[in-house]
Design a protein around this ligand. Structure first.
Ligand code: ADP
Ligand code: MG
Length: 684
């Protein structure tokens, strides 16, 4: 290895710089918009008599007692008084120097959280300085920080940046005037150093005009970048896949059912997008069981009829296999070449599949993440479909699409993402990607809603006999094992134990088991047995959470339902209610329930509507977690909140349109200020 040449312009990065970088702070612009999460009021000294438990306060007084006590444990104890009252101070860990600082007779300034003590108020581990120093004339900001980076360091760095950075306004005066926005520089200065007369609750709850300006700026930047991403996409080129109508029509004739009106509508939207010469970027939302697979099949048929290859990627092997079976049954009779590729097929089969894909002989390729491995090569991939797209990371979504860009003609594949997790409207409007959304808002006819029951696990016996009754009627049941998130081994053990217990308790029934550690061939075998009715009760882990479609299964028992997330419960429950008979979902729980768990189970009991579930889930988890973007390390919004700032979202949308049309230079400057470091993501 050659030594890297020394370069004078590259300074070594100090520990502090590294910590700052960790917070995304590099250039003055970054520091300027690193805004406080709260403030401390060090501008005032208050009389001890006015202290109330729960507040943070600063007092001055004279030390009247100071000693190391040993009961209930070793601690430094001091008592100060200021003429209005006495205040006790305690330290459980302390240095000898602190003891000296608190010698009887000294006058000290003390700052800390007030709590109720044995006799009157006390502070534990307060900050102590000598009394009588200058008081600051602005509230002291407290910034989001990272382990080992002190507030004082951060404050100094930010104050320095405030002097260096360009704080000029990126908004034209007419826009500021129309939306009653204070100037950027003013907003920034107020938020970093609020004068003491500012309403503290306005600052904290982001209601102050300075915050309104910041939130507007943030949302505007988001809207501008969405619009820019969209404009860029319209300039990209893709194969127009108009099809010839023949294959699609043949597939429709072949189906054992007629499309619902909602399916017809989304199929038309996709048909139109595919025939354009720029890439489609569409999200298909439809509740569990609404029939998204057939929509994907119709899109695939249109692309294949245009001479293209199509890839469908599913998050689990079970789902990929199911798609393969279903689509093969529909399309192979029409002469379409279908292959499937997962991590576990053997080397020989894999070679054959790879050849068929690379030569273009395979027209439809169905698989798992195995599709995005480096070695995998397509001949002319023009449409990618991601089923259960929320289960894939941003990077994975991008990788599949890149598979189609390999050729020299730089054509981008069309992309269809499918999800049962509906993104609420406000979220969709500010979602960090340029997506068109199609919605299937209707279930196929003849479904009766699933009946959901909450049952304490002390009534397990009743649940068992319920299972027996259901099987006697010729139906089938899922028994979902409790989630053990901490350990995969424990999870597996739980599944095996649950299976053994059920086998014993239900001697007349055929009980099967499927979990993630089974070999794929065995997994496939169990699923096939269940599908063909050779298994009555399928004990399963969450491997069956998404996509599995076995209409004869009409009962689902979920053990320890309180351990599952709301979206997960909804997905699981979506495995039943797919036939025409009344289905029942039993959520077995173990008391006592936490507040959150109670809310979740109540939501499941009260509604079966995916949109409503999503709304509540969003409420409980927040947008980052909800969309699964947190794992990508990207915050959606730092300052604005979609729940409370819906009005600003709309204003920002209008302003974005106007700025792009009439003030392109300012729009650019605005993006540069707010979107630093995020540009990469926008390209996806
Ligand atoms: P999801 O949207 O959850 O992916 P699927 O595509 O698995 O739903 O469809 C659920 C079930 O409904 C499947 O058995 C499918 O064949 C059936 N189905 C889809 N569309 C219709 C329809 N228009 N009429 C009747 N059954 C349908
Ligand atoms: Mg599905």
């Amino acid at each position: 290895m050659r030594p890297s040449p020394l370069r004078a312009d590259v300074k070594p990065v100090s520990l502090i710089e590294r910590k700052l970088l960790h917070l995304g702070l590099k250039d003055p612009q970054d520091f300027v918009v690193h805004l406080p999460i709260r403030y401390e009021d060090e501008t005032r000294i208050v009389p001890i008599v006015s202290l109330r438990a729960g507040q943070t306060a600063q007092v001055e007084g004279q030390v009247v007692r100071s000693e190391v006590q040993f009961r209930p444990r070793r601690q430094l104890f001091a008592l100060i008084e200021d003429g209005t009252g006495e205040l006790a101070l305690r330290w459980l860990n302390f240095y000898p120097s602190q003891h000296k600082q608190l010698a009887v007779g000294k006058r000290v300034r003390v700052r800390g959280d007030v709590r109720a003590g044995f006799s009157g108020c006390e502070m534990v581990h307060p900050k102590v300085t000598t009394a009588g120093g200058d008081l600051p004339n602005a509230l002291t900001p407290v910034y989001p920080t990272t382990n080992g980076l002190m507030q004082s360091t951060l404050r100094r760095a930010i104050d320095q940046a405030l002097n260096e950075a360009d704080l000029s306004d990126t908004l034209p005066p007419e826009i500021c005037a129309r939306y009653e926005l204070v100037p950027f520089a003013q907003a920034i200065r107020v938020l970093h150093h609020p004068p003491p007369d500012v309403s503290y609750s306005d600052l904290i709850e982001h209601g102050h005009p300075a915050w309104r300006r910041i939130k507007f700026d943030e949302l505007l930047a988001q809207q501008l970048s969405l619009a820019a991403a969209r404009a860029a996409r319209l300039k990209q080129r893709a194969h127009p896949l108009a099809g010839n109508g023949g294959l699609v029509a043949a597939l429709l004739r072949q189906l054992p059912f007629a499309l619902t009106a909602a399916q017809e509508r989304v199929v038309a939207e996709i048909r139109h997008d595919l025939s354009q010469s720029f890439p489609m970027h569409r999200l298909l939302q439809g509740d569990v069981g609404s029939g998204k697979t057939v929509v994907a099949a119709l899109a695939a048929a249109q692309a294949i009829a245009s001479g293209s290859q199509v890839a469908i990627m599913a998050p689990t092997e079970i789902l990929a296999e199911q798609h393969f079976q279903k689509l093969a049954a529909w399309l192979e009779p029409l002469g379409v070449e279908i292959v499937w590729l997962t991590g576990s097929i053997n080397a020989k089969a894999r070679r054959q599949v790879a050849e068929a894909m690379a030569s273009g002989q395979a027209q439809l390729i169905i698989g798992t993440q195995a599709l995005i491995q480096d070695k995998v090569v397509f001949a002319h991939l023009d449409l990618v479909v991601l089923d259960e797209q929320h289960r894939f990371g941003v990077g994975q979504r991008l990788q599949l699409s890149r598979k189609g860009e390999a050729g020299s003609d730089a054509l981008i594949p069309h992309q269809l993402s499918m999800s049962a997790t509906p993104i609420p409207r406000t979220l969709a409007m500010t979602f960090f990607a340029d997506l068109d959304v199609s919605v299937i808002d209707e279930l196929p006819p003849g479904r009766s809603p699933v009946l959901t029951k909450l049952v304490a696990d002390t009534r397990r016996d009743e649940v068992m006999s319920r299972v027996v009754d259901e099987i006697r009627l010729g139906r089938q049941a899922y028994w979902v094992c409790p989630l053990v998130e901490e350990s995969e081994v424990l999870q597996l053990q739980t599944a095996v134990d649950t299976h053994a217990r059920l086998v014993q308790a239900l001697p007349d029934l055929r009980v099967g088991l499927v979990h993630g550690r089974l070999k794929s061939a065995d997994k496939a075998c169990v699923m096939q047995d269940f599908r063909d009715g050779r298994i009555d009760v399928l004990v399963a882990t969450t491997v069956i959470e998404v996509g599995v479609d076995i209409p004869n299964a009409s009962l689902m028992v979920i053990e320890h339902a309180e351990r599952f997330g709301l979206a997960q419960l909804h997905q699981l429950r979506g495995r039943i209610g797919r036939g025409t008979v009344q289905s029942v979902c039993v959520l077995m729980y173990q008391a006592p329930l936490s507040q959150i768990a109670r809310q979740r189970l109540r939501a499941m009991y009260e509604t079966a509507d995916g949109f409503e579930i999503a709304r509540r889930d969003l409420e409980q988890r927040g947008p980052g977690e909800f969309l699964g973007v947190r794992q990508s390390g990207l915050e959606l919004l730092r300052f604005a909140s979609l729940e409370t700032d819906a009005r600003i979202v709309l204003q920002a949308q209008d302003a974005a349109r106007e700025m792009r049309a009439d003030f392109p230079a300012q729009a650019q400057a605005h993006l540069a200020r707010w979107m630093r470091g995020k540009q990469d993501f926008l390209r996806t």
